[in-house]
Design a protein around this ligand. Structure first.
Ligand code: ASP
Length: 342
């Protein structure tokens, strides 16, 4: 493994060093036939995945490590913390120039956002996955992996926060979301748009991330094994408000409401949530709608009810930010500011 760092690399020097950290997912999945929808995810080890795409070795010196082997529906904060600690160690020691993380697509946006807030480096951290298992006809994993390595090895990718490369698109961790259960074009960045594109390894960038991330983030999970509990409650017509009470009784320190429309909920839920907020539970209004922002004091009087508006974050990402925020004692306006900054 070459240890040359990006900043010091000259034309003549060796290829960048990239470590691929594997966590499982459909990219490591296997089906019995190439044309069947059913498969088992997280079956293949990282060395087999690397050997399947030998072209990557023209881009970088590559080495793999297996961090976990799960479908991302089973991704946990314990694994995420292990993952970010390993990324921070590798990048701090100069063991590699960039990192690629292979991951299932179901909770990819959550891990991407978590890493975006807890990685302590400007170097590239690029996530990728696949919608089709490795044995499927037209499996998308090999090209996604090749493109992810190309982006991680590209000096221009550094400083753009954690990136997700899928289906030739480069998404920012803050903005991407999964929008389709089966299509290879599942990830979109509906509010802020793409960071760029990558075509057989050729990168084009459109923008930098607008929010704080990685080396500029104030959050660190070093030395931690768990995070404060935050629940998500999905709003709907005639929503039962006792879900909020139940969540607090089960130990939640914060609740994200996946509200309807602009973060709305019915009168019963508003009343229960505001009583909880009065007792020091942090209530964030996000939205179950896939795109748009949730603003303060639109139909809900956030100032009076002591609520926080999620701004651009969907419920899953709002939960991650609130969990990290609640690692230390904070005042309500300060938590609201975090939602405008990250
Ligand atoms: N359930 C799988 C996972 O998230 C789906 C995928 O990877 O596309 O691991």
């Amino acid at each position: 493994m070459k240890t040359t760092r990006k900043t010091g690399r000259s034309q003549k020097q060796t290829k960048p060093g990239i470590v691929i950290l594997a966590t499982g997912g459909t990219i490591a999945g296997v089906s019995r036939f190439g044309a069947q929808a059913g498969y088992i995810s997280a079956e293949m080890g990282i060395d087999v995945m690397i050997d399947a795409v030998p072209e990557m070795r023209t881009l970088a010196d590559i080495r793999g490590e297996q961090i976990a082997q799960v479908g991302s529906q089973d991704m946990s904060f314990a694994i995420m913390i292990r993952l970010v600690n390993r990324i921070n160690d590798i990048l701090a020691s100069g063991e590699a120039d960039g990192i690629v993380v292979t991951h299932g697509t179901d909770t990819m946006e959550e891990t991407a956002f978590f890493l975006n807030l807890t990685v302590k480096s400007r170097n590239s951290v690029v996530m990728t996955g696949a919608m089709r298992p490795s044995s499927a006809i037209s499996a998308d994993g090999p090209l996604n992996l090749y493109n992810a390595v190309a982006v991680a090895a590209d000096p221009d990718a550094a400083g753009r926060g954690v990136l997700v490369v899928m289906n030739d698109r480069i998404h920012g961790a803050h903005s991407l979301t999964k929008t389709n259960t089966t299509s290879v074009e599942t990830f979109l960045s509906p509010v802020n748009g793409l960071i760029g594109t990558v075509n057989y390894g050729k990168t084009t960038y459109f923008r930098k991330p607008f929010r704080r991330h990685t080396h500029k983030s104030e959050f660190s999970v070093a030395g931690r094994t768990s995070l404060p509990r935050v629940d998500i409650i999905y709003a709907c017509a005639d929503m039962p408000a006792d879900l909020i009470t139940c969540s607090i009784e089960s130990g939640a320190k914060g609740i994200v409401i996946a509200g309807d429309g602009n973060g709305n909920m019915n009168a019963a839920a508003l009343e229960t949530a505001s009583r909880a907020a009065e007792q020091g539970i942090f209530i964030v209004r996000s939205s179950r709608v896939p795109t748009g922002t949730v603003g303060r004091n639109i139909e809900v009087d956030d100032d009076r009810l002591r609520f926080i508006a999620s701004d651009e974050l969907n419920p899953a990402k709002a939960r991650i930010l609130l969990m990290l925020a609640l690692m230390k004692k904070r005042k309500l306006p300060d938590v609201q500011k975090l939602f405008y900054s990250y």
